[in-house]
Design a protein around this ligand. Structure first.
Ligand SMILES: [Zn+2]
Length: 343
């Protein structure tokens, strides 16, 4: 790691990486020019909500020297900080798509507006964290626009999305963007060792598998079954390449019944086939599934780069179709037919 990786230590933020994003927020705090809306944008599981929460904490922190203004860093010890960290500060509101619904609903935005119009209960600011802003339908987004156009002085909206391109231009023009990137394997490994006290060997493997997503790495540390399950799913994938049509359709049928897990499984398959492309091109140092290197090399030599690239596109296409609520079983059967057959 070069010395530029260590910028001014942002003590108290307790976030692995994301120095650039933290600096955007700290500059606003230092200049006392906090905007009414921020958009934390970047891939899934990299810590967007965590950073929004830390920012909320800093905006409400009462541990600083100046009782009226926000400090530049959260103190993590005052009552206000602790309440935000535990998710029970009355002035921090969370909004996300209900699990049984396709979108964030207009009723949720109307509730936000009612809460925004009220005085804060404890803090200086009324903060609304909207997770997955891209999952808001046009009706709800237009309703939210009113709040963005004429915000109450103490209201701060913190939005997250994997891709700003998915939001309406009218929304984008009224938010300060905070771009966030995937972390490096080194940052994740160090983070796991220093903060989660993971043994070096395990940290190397998890950091590689995390493919830049700290949130995934932490989940893998906390949930012991996750790595075992990954192993099982990759074995299923490996078997499919020599399986016949009937067996493949059986797997499609089985996977299609567990929509919650399906997204994760397809992400895993995508990384596998991405590794196959890399192996076929001899870029071994970029491979994510490091513990399966020999198997990936062996298969890549048989399948080749062009065919592996085609599979990456096919899996991306399946994920896109599922996002648009295409019948999961049909989408998976199509993918199964796309899989190259190996003898
Ligand atoms: Zn504090």
């Amino acid at each position: 790691m070069s010395s530029t990786d260590y910028q001014i230590p942002a003590s108290g933020w307790d976030v692995v990486g994301h120095e650039h994003a933290i600096n955007i927020l700290r500059r606003a705090l230092l200049a006392q020019r906090v905007r009414h809306a921020y958009l934390f944008a970047g891939p899934e599981h990299i810590g967007k909500t965590l950073l929004a929460q830390r920012f909320a904490q800093t905006l409400l922190c009462t541990g600083g020297e100046n009782a009226n203004g926000a400090p530049q860093n959260p103190c993590n010890t005052c009552l206000s900080c602790r309440k935000v960290m535990h998710g029970n500060h009355p002035d921090v509101h969370y909004i996300s798509r209900p699990p049984d619904k396709q979108f964030i609903l207009i009723e949720q935005i109307r509730q936000l507006q009612a809460d925004a119009a009220r005085k804060t209960l404890e803090g200086r600011r009324n903060i609304f964290i909207i997770q997955g802003m891209h999952e808001m339908n046009v009706q709800a987004a237009n309703c939210l626009l009113k709040t963005l156009e004429e915000p109450q002085p103490d209201v701060v909206l913190l939005l997250t999305t994997p891709d700003p391109g998915l939001l309406l231009p009218t929304i984008l023009s009224r938010v300060q963007q905070v771009p966030m990137q995937l972390l490096t394997t080194g940052q994740i490994k160090t983070g796991l060792e220093e903060r989660w006290h993971v043994e070096p060997d395990e940290a190397i493997l998890i950091a590689a598998l995390a493919a830049g997503r700290m949130g995934w790495a932490v989940q893998a540390v906390e949930d012991e079954d996750m790595l075992a399950e990954r192993q099982e799913q990759l074995e299923t994938l490996a078997k499919l390449s020599t399986a016949g049509k009937v067996q493949r359709f059986d797997v499609a049928q089985r996977l299609s019944t567990d929509s919650e897990k399906l997204h994760g499984i397809l992400e895993l398959w995508l990384l596998w086939w991405r590794d196959m492309v890399l192996a076929a091109n001899n870029c071994l140092d970029l491979i994510v599934n490091v513990d399966m290197l020999s198997s990936i090399q062996h298969q890549a030599a048989k399948v080749g780069a062009a065919e592996s690239r085609r599979m990456v596109r096919a899996i991306l296409g399946t994920m896109e179709a599922l996002d648009q609520n295409v019948n999961a079983r049909v989408a998976l059967e199509v993918l199964m037919l796309d899989l190259p057959t190996m003898k």
